[in-house]
Every structure is written in C-alpha cells, then in structure tokens.
Write a protein that binds this ligand. Sequence first.
Ligand SMILES: Cc1cc2nc3c(=O)[nH]c(=O)nc-3n(C[C@H](O)[C@H](O)[C@H](O)COP(=O)(O)OP(=O)(O)OC[C@H]3O[C@@H](n4cnc5c(N)ncnc54)[C@H](O)[C@@H]3O)c2cc1C
Length: 407
Amino acid sequence: MEKDILIVGGGIGGLTAALALAQRGYKVRVLEAAPEFGAIGYGIQLGPNVFHMFERLGLSEAVLRVSIVPRALVMLDALDGHEVAVVPTGESFEARFKHHYIVLHRIDLHHVLLDACKALAAVELVPSTAAVSFEDMGERVRVYSKDGRTFEAAAVIGADGLGSAMRAQMLAEGAPNFIGYVAHRTIVPMEYVPAGVRRDDVVLWGGPGFHIVHYPLRQNTLFNIVAVFRTTTYAEKGDLAGHRAEVEKTYRDSQPAMKSLLAMMDLERRWAISDREPIRHWHRGRAVLLGDAAHPTIQSLAQGACMAIEDAVCLAELIHAAQGDFATAFRRYTSARLLRTARVQLESRALWPFYHAEGIARDVRNETTAQWSEKDMFRCLAWLYDGFALPSESEEIRRRVQAGSRV
Ligand SMILES: Cc1cc2nc3c(=O)[nH]c(=O)nc-3n(C[C@H](O)[C@H](O)[C@H](O)COP(=O)(O)OP(=O)(O)OC[C@H]3O[C@@H](n4cnc5c(N)ncnc54)[C@H](O)[C@@H]3O)c2cc1C
C-alpha cells in the first residue's frame, strides 16, 4: 500500500491533517503558497468540541498552555449596552461539556501544530509552493505548482481555504458568496485598553448592521478586537481616511465603550465575509477537500477552524482504516462530516440577523433572550459543543451496545 499523501495548504486544517496522518505512519508533504508556514496575527476562539480532537493528537496540554479560558460569552446590545445573552464558560460549562472554551493567538495555535509536525520525520513542509491544479492518474495523483514543479503521491488533500484551487478544479462554480459585510481586526497591548472596557469575557456587541467582538489574549497582555459591518464600498479601493470615516458613520449610535475600541483599531486592512452553500461531494478520485475548502462558513459560531480540525482527524482515521482504498475512505469521511459542517454553515447564516437585528426585530430578540436560562443556552449548544464522535468511536459504541444487548 502507498503511504504518501500530499496536502495543499498549511493552515490549521492542513497542518492538523499532516500531523494526524503522520501519527498513523503516513509520509506527508504539505505544500503552502506563503513563503513561511504561519498564521495571520489575530485571535481565535475554540469551542470545547475541538478538545476531543486535540486529545487524539496529544495536543491538549500544549494548546491550553497558550490559551485563556474566558469567564463567559457575553452578547451586549450596541445601542443601549444591556446584556442580551450570557453563556457562562466557567465551572458549570466545563461540568456540562467536559472541556474548556478557549481563546488564543492564532500564531500560538499554529506553532503548537507546526512544532508537533516538525517533531515527526514523516512530515515535509514545503513553503512558497502555490498549487494550481492536480491530475488523477488512476493509481497516483500529481499536483502542479504555479512555478512549474510537479509533486506526486497516492492521494491529495485540498486544505487550501476559502479560495481553494483544488475545489475550483473539482467543481464548476463561481466565486464565494460575499454577504456584504467586512471585518477589520486589531490586537492592542492590554495597557492601552481603558479599564472600563477591559473584560475577561468574549464579548459581542451587536448593533443594526454592525458588531464588535473582543477578548483578551496571551495571559491578558493583549486585547483582540474585531469590528464587522455592512458596507457597499468593499469593491472600491479604500484608503485609511475613507475607512475611518465609514466606520465612524456606521458606529455613530453605538455605546461609548465601542467607540473607544474603534479608536484603537488599525483600519487599513479589510476582510470580506463570505461563505458558500453546503455541497454533498467533497472528493473526486484521489483528491478530497477539508476545512474551508469544503464548507466555508461565516464566523457567527466561531467554528470554522474547529470544523477544519475535526475534518482532519476524521479523514486521517478513515484513510488509515481503508488501507489504501481512498474512494471508500473519502466517501465515508464526507458522509461522516457533511451534516455537522452544513449545520454550522446554515446556523451561522441564521445567527447573522440575530446579531444585527434592528427595530422591532431587535426588541423581539431582546425580550426573547431575557427568558433564556443557562440550561437553555447549554441545550442549544449541545449539538456542537458535545463534539463529534469519530467513526471508530461510533463503531466501538455500536459494538458495545450490540454486545450488551446479547448478554
Ligand atoms: C473574522 C473571522 C473570524 C474568525 N474567527 C474564528 C474563530 O474564532 N474560531 C474558529 O474556529 N474559526 C474562526 N474563523 C474561521 C477560520 O479562520 C477558518 O474557518 C479556518 O482558518 C479554516 O482553516 P483552513 O485550514 O481550512 O483554511 P485556511 O486557514 O484558510 O488555510 C488555508 C491555507 O492554504 C494556503 N493556500 C491557499 N491556496 C493555496 C494554494 N493554491 N496552494 C498552496 N497553499 C494554498 C493558505 O496560504 C493558507 O495557509 C474566523 C474567520 C474570520 C474571517
């Protein structure tokens, strides 16, 4: 059996897949377009579900060392400042979901994954290598890079994100669906943040057509701020003064704390918020997709990276179980992951107007959430935070149940 695999994209999903496969004895080459393996330097939230995967990979302690466990997830109304909803993430949360909710620097998460990959001789990291296409040759697959190099392996995993070149070749479809919102992201030293604005929580201020998310990082030395809002000017070439003027106008009715956060933000760079419709087929021949390449989602549930990590561990397990039968492995992987990831895509879309409600919709939201208890919140999140049973675990549970029923 051929045990060499190519991975296109060295982001969170690609590196996790490399690690999970190498731990099962596969030889993996990761092709990354950027000149270095790294991450954009902002924060990331990870739900407790991802720890089931970190435990499999032996990474839980290393990840926790560079993380903060927030006190709660808090949603505040951007217009009057009142608390719309609170999900406590302390003791009761851990008792219910068995693991922590964490926030950390993306660079730190990347380093944990990179260090683990580098410790295994079976992982080869190939930077400055943008894949442009692949060719399925029946028994092997080839990947061609932009600068004319060719790489060959038994199978290829496309972990190349929202703008995936691998997906573009597999499926005849257009650009991702831009939802009309953009994000600005900033990290500032904690000492610059006014005392009245600092909080130990993950805070989301929701307003009509805009929101701000913030949380502390790196032992409370840094403060991560993300400002997201509706715009019609995304396609225009913006300058800093133009961005600042647009932000000031958009957030003019927001709470003073939000305005002081915006004043600290670097507004030069913008990210378009986009997703795609869920699809049923993530593989063709010896090529398969994972993470944002397979099921890009908007970030309402803060779960895109979590889904990429769950995909990666599941895929590695099924490739291993199929012993070289990639068609079976990819079919089982897609079927195991499809509905969970589609639900994240669809519920993330459904949550967007909830965050940005205005007028009567805002009043209805606020009155409804005032009735929600901690128990209600935990019940709503259970499908996600209880985690994903890897196929081997579900089979084990089924076997045990069958054995038990025969006794
Ligand atoms: C504002 C914002 C906030 C978010 N917050 C959260 C959060 O709190 N929690 C969470 O779980 N998720 C969050 N997400 C989503 C998360 O960032 C993504 O879902 C996650 O990064 C997807 O991982 P990935 O490995 O599939 O793709 P990516 O992280 O996009 O990685 C793809 C990699 O492939 C490389 N690449 C691209 N094309 C090629 C090519 N042709 N050849 C070779 N290499 C290539 C890229 O350089 C990159 O390194 C957020 C997203 C946004 C926009």
